[in-house]
Design a protein around this ligand. Structure first.
Ligand code: ADP
Length: 463
């Protein structure tokens, strides 16, 4: 009776100790990963917050203390043939650790234990091994600890690693007495925690890597935008000079043409020069619009896009922009409908609102057949003034409609109807329109049915 009670007492005591140990380990585990999360970056600027080796080492040290044993090792098993990779050990001299690394690294689990032992591990069962017998496959250094306990590390039912521990040989003479069921259960629990540590560190590393990638991307974008801004600024001066010279040559040639006898060789020669000059100036206009879009884009990115707001007449803006478009788009029918009232006073940057309407009109012109009309409608609804531009082009698929406002976005498959109409085409026009209207606290959008055309609109507060 006395012996039974004492045995029971010892068992309860060991169970309690096991639970306390597990608790200690859980607390330590939280510290390891918290340290990882908040650890200052060491070395390379974007180094992951904690290395797997460091976490596995700390974990092994804590586990060794908790288990009160001679040696603890944590190994990953790498696919495809479950090659062992030492993650961290505790209790070994540097020499023994080097031997262990040499003996285990890149060694498939099948070279370490036999198939039935591997099956046990896959079944989430703990193994006890005598390093001098089967299922241990090869004779290796035992660093003074012959009896091993190997617990599986499982993730989603898959064996991803092993947790091993060893006690000193002096205390035990055979494998059976080496590890109690409680110790085996405790080792299994600890192996689970080891899996969690590894998983957490892996996630932390992934997060750190994606943060570093994001930073790199941001930096690259910033440099790219800086370069764009500098290039657009730098290009302006030489382009203005070239334009001035082209215009001057054009004026001189037309003056010479006036004085040249018609049908003479000189007159024909001058005509031959006039044509390419006209084309050069046309293309020049396109280049100017690209540069101006890029400059506006850079200003928006740098928060330097300044509006000059004042009271202005929206009807007048529409009339002016439509007139200019009629002149430039020669031959296209552009209909303008204005409300009955003469003036529509809005508080806005007149030039920028003109740019928006101009861009809508240019797009309608670029993306709809030349023989189809474009309708511009200005109306007043309550306290809102509304401007819309309707074309009879190819229209835009519903899933593309939200993307067309993004910078540099161009709908795949939608091409300008005629190459001579190719304008800036950087995919910046609608992005700039959106920025301008938002800065005026207005709204904008598109209604479009593929095959039937599109209506681009914006509204602004009107007083
Ligand atoms: P882009 O300079 O390419 O015209 P925008 O930002 O003005 O750039 O327009 C973005 C894209 O939206 C265009 O590339 C085109 O694919 C599509 N788009 C714009 N307006 C129309 C329209 N009226 N009809 C059909 N597609 C259009």
């Amino acid at each position: 009776m006395f012996r039974d009670a004492a045995e029971q007492y010892h068992q309860d005591h060991r169970t309690l100790q096991a639970f306390t140990s597990l608790l200690t380990l859980v607390e330590a585990l939280a510290t390891i990963t918290e340290q990882g999360e908040h650890a200052p970056h060491i070395g390379a600027e974007n180094a992951p917050p904690i290395t797997l080796a460091a976490a596995a080492k700390s974990f092994a040290e804590i586990a060794q203390q908790v288990l009160d044993c001679k040696y603890v090792g944590v190994f990953a098993l790498d696919p495809p043939d479950e090659c062992q990779r030492m993650l961290g050990t505790s209790g070994l001299s540097p020499e023994d650790e080097a031997i262990l690394v040499r003996d285990t690294n890149q060694t498939p689990l099948a070279d370490y234990v036999n198939a039935s032992a591997i099956a046990q591990l896959h079944n989430d069962q703990v193994l006890t091994l005598d390093l001098k017998r089967q299922p241990f496959m090869t004779t290796r250094s035992t660093h003074g600890a012959r009896f091993r306990l190997v617990a599986p590390m499982m993730r989603s039912g898959q064996l991803i690693g092993i947790f091993t521990m060893a006690k000193t040989d002096e205390e035990y003479h055979d494998l059976q007495s080496a590890y109690t069921p409680q110790e085996m259960a405790l080792a299994k629990g600890i192996a689970r925690l080891a899996t969690q540590v590894i998983e957490k560190v892996r996630l932390l590393q992934e997060r750190a890597e994606s943060k570093a990638n994001e930073q790199k991307l941001q930096e690259a974008t910033r440099r790219y935008e800086d370069c764009l801004s500098t290039a657009s600024h730098e290009l302006r001066t030489p382009l203005t000079t070239i334009k001035g010279n082209l215009q001057l040559s054009q004026r001189r040639i037309s003056a010479l043409s006036k004085h040249a006898e018609p049908s003479t060789e000189t007159a024909q020669g001058l005509q031959r020069i006039e044509q390419p000059l006209r084309e050069a100036l046309q293309n020049f206009g396109r280049l100017e619009r690209m540069i101006s879009e890029l400059l506006d884009y850079s200003r928006i990115q740098a928060d330097k896009f300044i509006l000059r707001k004042q009271d202005c007449d929206l009807a007048e803006i529409a009339r002016h922009v439509v007139e200019e478009a009629r002149k430039a788009d020669g031959g296209r029918t552009i209909l303008l409908t204005l409300p009955a009232q003469e003036e529509i006073t809005i508080y806005a940057d007149k030039d920028r609102i003109s740019d928006v309407l101009h861009n809508y009109l240019t797009n309608a012109h670029k993306y709809s057949p030349l023989d189809r009309p474009i309708e511009v409608n200005v109306s007043v609804e309550g306290t809102l003034a509304r401007v819309s531009v309707r074309d009879e082009g190819a229209g835009i698929e519903p899933e593309e409609q939200e993307h067309i406002w993004e910078r540099f976005y161009r709908v795949p498959g939608i091409e300008v109807v005629e190459q001579s109409l190719a304008d800036s085409n950087l995919g910046l026009g609608l992005y700039l329109c959106q920025e301008i209207i938002e800065l005026h606290h207005g709204q904008l959008g598109v209604q479009s049915t593929p095959g039937q055309g599109s209506t681009f609109w914006f509204t602004l507060g009107y007083s």
